[in-house]
Design a protein around this ligand. Sequence first.
Ligand code: SF4
Ligand code: SF4
Length: 375
Amino acid sequence: MAKVHNWQLGREMDYPYEGRRPEKQFAMIFDTNKCIACQTCTVACKTTWTTGRGQEYMYWNNVETKPYGYYPLGWDVTILDRLGVQEMDGPVYRGKTLFDAAPTGEIILGYLPEDIDYAHPNIGEDDSTGLMPQGAHLTLPHLQWMFYLPRICNHCTYPACLSACPRQSIYKRPEDGIVLLDQSRCRGYRECVRGCPYKKVYFNAQTRVSEKCIGCYPAVEGGRQTQCTITCIGKIRIQGFLNAPDKVDEDNPLDYLVHVKKIAQPLYPQFGLEPNTYYIPPIHVPAVYLRQMFGWGAERATDMYRQVAMDRKLLGALTLLGATPEIAHYFRVDGDSVIGYDAKESEIARVPLTEPVVIRELYDPKYRAFRTNIT
Ligand code: SF4
Ligand code: SF4
């Protein structure tokens, strides 16, 4: 095992390979407060990449309702339970990672889901944490809660799938950190499926090899964001690149949200993979749940989100979500607008921070009708 630095854990950890952190890392941020579970992202991904034989059950992108929705069934609670106590001491994680907890002779603590666990991709959708007594939705605070969690492969800095593969079929691209699977090398041992705690590698029973999210690399290489991002109805996503933690650029929207403001948090950082999809946690969910799911900074992130109107730069970065199909490498707030720039510093998006209000006439002579809503 090599010693690598995992900034999400605030410490070094053991990993089977030397760390090769790319200069810029493919990354995505989701604002869970805005997701409406329309599943447009799921369908966009499915129709783009997984319509072949043996791919019927594959959802490289899925959206599940937490706490009771899962795909595959129980993916997170199963591995959390096996990992045991997860000791967090402020910004330093003191507990075991999945690599630390590996049984003797194995590389990582994992498990292989049963086929039946993939039978219900939308299980638990819209289920809240308890029964609502009549009229309870009118009282505050709400005792019951749920929220939508969109998920893709995290293109982890220390991928479990890569380390578990006995054929070295999985590799991480040095130019952008996208994790890919070379199907010509794969022999279908499914060690990657067993190893990935997020269960984002899928075995194709027709071709007898594994498959996973490719980070829409043909689009990304051309400067466009992924399909699931540009089709998102709720404008909850932004995809771009994170710089290495010692080379943070405040003008890069992803660096700003993840490293500078720390409002976007990783999913289950305690697993030790340094996942590269980040979440702005839902503000209405109990902190104890959010801390386990998004790490020690989750509560601070929700406090910051509540105050976002006071912070123009933060508001600007968040307004860039869903503002352009192109990848924003830089951004700046200019007066009442946020401007996004591509890698060559050309303007690709300009969005007002305050939505303009247009007041229309009560009576519309064109349609000879009165309007019920004039703003
Ligand atoms: S989320 Fe899973 S499949 Fe994706 S890179 Fe990480 S370990 Fe591999
Ligand atoms: S398209 Fe956007 S809003 Fe709709 S489910 Fe996907 S992430 Fe949520």
